[in-house]
Design a protein. Structure first.
Length: 677
């Protein structure tokens, strides 16, 4: 027996019925991370450009709007505009910290479609009386429920549109009145509109999340001779020097009491000698744990003065958060359930076979007591936020549970959106990227091991030209207390300059492990290793900061260049340019309006001079082929006239391995040349 239409429609799924008259499709929305599972990232002052493929069957016109709100406030709408091939786009500015939500709403706009067709028919000389009447009927139906004042205005207008005494030309002109089109748009019928399945999100961070220079030092080495334990007061005395170098963040390794049990000696020896201070990452002892300060560094009041003094100089204090314990930590005694036990009943210490870290007990994130552990670690973060710290460098986050990080970072930032978390995630790419998606503001990365032109270009292209840029912010460090790359071990002072210039200009955020980098410390503990000999991680140091050959003046100059040139304060418009030598690299950064253009040219070989010819992407720089333009080397002060795309560069690393050029102005006339001369 044939199936009746009624019974057939009854079998339609609820989903089909819901979508039956929604003719518009919205696809390929950007930014959207993993289908909307994670938020994109922006900073104050930046703009979020939202684009999507929006299309429908037939020839009716579509109207699309972006709906945006910040921190749960009221939604506001921004019109979207079609580009080409059904791609639509609009944007909104980041004006407050916190979390933005956005969605797209799109629908068939029958009134706009009617106006378009009416105009075409009238232009072709067709009789449009029925079309005018149809339009009036459509508009009246659409405006049901509109305010009385608007209804009266529209009704008066419709009477002129359908006035039989007026000519067709007059009625069409009235029907196409732009002012009425704007009014009608406000009451467009969205009864069958399509929206995204769920709103997408953007986390809005402080500017420091995008642009900043970090300086790492050990407060305990700020004593005068390397024997006396340094204090916060000693470090405070160095703030004028660090400020003068132009750093935004002063990052301190853990400042907590250091354990005695299994304390490591110099050069990571398994047994400490009397007086050895141990590793700051072996946290906890008789004086307390993660919410305590090492007594030899000072008091909470001393730390508060340090934070305040740094703030007065425009710097933030960043603290290392290492969620692990020494065997002497109070947690070991008070909460043994937070740690994993071995077969012999002892607590499992940290290992990365064959390396052993007997002085560190990791937390067990699979413990049945996970909830109390999570809340306690959150309490640690809140404690230091209460002490004025809003920047945290997190040690080895990839060895802790992902759900914990997503929960704790989102919870902290819901109440303190100004907080920044830097992930020390020297780990596999997918793990590193996942931590960024979960909420980490910035991340360490593979920059220390990217040395060739191909490696550097591939690495930075992935970070600036793919979807990675929407959620991952690289913070480029040429060295850390844990990492002395071989390039620095064998390249001498030129190698340090090369890596400094690369870190500070390829990345808007970069950092150095301070004194060791300034003084070009390059001796490894053993051949083939990347550990420092006599590492500051295990002993007090006495740094001769005024030693001949210190890079302090160069660091200061480069940081000043960064602050004076907006092009270097973002990774958004990084572009690589061809040069016909594998040891020479040329890249540019610019502002969107090209008012500030920086070209960096660098010799990647710290041992030998090299000469090559550029092939600049002139379109990227906004320069015409016939232009002659001045480039001003901001490192040396020298100025050169370049012409077109092809220009010769030459660098002797013994003299200067790099130039940071600012494009000053184009030259097209003899008067322009006179201006330069």
């Amino acid at each position: 027996m044939p199936t009746s239409s009624a019974s057939s429609s009854a079998r339609l799924s609820e989903d089909v019925a819901r979508r039956a008259r929604r003719r518009v499709l919205i696809e390929n929305v950007t930014p959207r991370i993993d289908g909307g599972r994670y938020p994109a990232k922006r900073t104050l002052g930046e703009t979020v450009v939202v684009s999507a493929d929006i299309f429908a069957d037939g020839h009716d016109l579509i109207t699309a709007v972006l709906r945006v709100r910040a921190n749960g406030e009221a939604w506001r709408e921004i019109p979207m505009a079609p580009l080409v091939n059904d791609r639509w786009e609009t944007s909104f500015p980041i004006e407050v910290l916190g979390r933005y939500a956005f969605t797209i709403e799109a629908w068939i706009d029958h009134v706009r479609s009617w106006r378009r067709d009416l105009e075409k028919k009238a232009a072709a000389g067709q009789d449009v009386a029925i079309d005018l009447a149809t339009g009036a009927q459509l508009i009246r139906a659409q405006l049901k429920g509109a305010p009385a004042a608007e209804l009266a205005m529209v009704e008066t207008w419709l009477l002129t549109v359908t006035d039989p005494k007026a000519t067709q030309a007059e009625r069409v002109t009235r029907a196409l009145d732009p002012a009425m089109a704007m009014l009608l748009q406000r009451f467009s019928n969205r009864g069958h509109a399509t929206t995204l399945p769920r709103p997408l999100e953007v986390v809005a961070d402080p500017e420091l999340a995008r642009f900043g220079a970090w300086y790492e030092c050990f407060p305990r080495s700020c004593g005068s001779d390397g024997k006396r334990h340094g204090t916060f007061a000693d470090l405070e005395a160095q703030l004028p020097r660090i400020e003068a170098m132009g750093f935004d963040v002063l990052y301190l390794p853990p400042i907590h009491p250091v354990g005695e049990s299994f304390r490591k000696g110099r050069n990571n020896q398994p047994r400490a000698e009397p007086g050895d201070p141990g590793s700051p990452w072996a946290i906890g002892g008789a004086a307390g744990g993660h919410m305590s300060i090492h007594p030899e560094l000072g008091t909470r009041e001393d730390f508060a003065r340090l934070v305040a003094s740094a703030g007065e100089r425009g710097m933030k204090i960043a603290l290392d958060i290492a969620f692990q314990c020494s065997p002497d930590h109070p947690y070991v005694r008070e909460h043994p359930e937070w740690f994993k036990r071995r077969a012999d009943g002892t607590i499992q210490y940290a290992e990365n076979p064959p390396k052993k870290y007997q002085d560190i007990y990791p937390f067990d994130f699979e413990t049945d007591a996970w909830e109390s552990l999570w809340h306690e670690l959150r309490r640690v973060l809140l404690f230091w936020i209460g002490e004025g710290v809003t920047v945290f460098r997190v040690d080895n986050p990839h060895t802790k549970a992902f759900p914990f990080w997503e929960w704790v970072i989102n919870d902290i930032k819901a109440h303190h959106p100004e907080v920044i978390f830097l992930s020390e995630a020297f780990t596999r790419p997918k793990v590193m990227y996942n931590l960024a998606k979960l909420g980490f503001t910035q991340s360490y990365n593979y920059f220390p091991w990217r040395n060739t032109k191909a490696e550097l270009e591939q690495f930075m292209t992935e970070n600036t030209r793919t979807v990675v840029k929407e959620f991952f912010r690289p913070n480029l460090w040429p060295n850390t207390p844990d990492i002395l790359p071989q390039f620095l071990q064998y390249g001498g002072r030129p190698a340090f300059i090369i890596r400094l210039v690369l870190a500070a200009t390829l990345g808007a955020s970069y950092g150095i492990y301070g004194p060791a980098f300034e003084l070009c410390v390059s001796e490894p503990r053993a051949a083939g290793e990347e550990e420092y000999l006599d590492s500051e991680k295990y002993e007090l140091k006495s740094w001769r900061l005024d030693a001949p050959g210190s890079l302090e003046p160069l660091v200061s100059r480069i940081n000043r260049i960064r602050r004076e040139n907006a092009a270097l304060q973002t990774n958004e418009l990084l572009a690589f340019h061809h040069v016909d030598h594998e040891q020479l690299m040329v890249y540019s950064k610019r502002t969107p309006d090209r008012d500030n253009i920086i070209i960096v040219a660098i010799n990647l070989d710290p041992h030998h001079p090299h000469r090559g010819e550029t092939e600049l992407d002139l379109a990227e720089l906004g320069i015409e082929k016939r232009d002659t333009f001045q480039v001003h080397d901001l490192l040396t002060g020298s100025r050169y006239l370049w012409s077109g795309a092809r220009n010769v560069i030459e660098f002797d690393p013994a003299l200067s391995p790099a130039a940071i050029f600012r494009v000053r102005r184009r030259v097209r006339t003899e008067e322009d040349f006179d201006y330069f001369m």
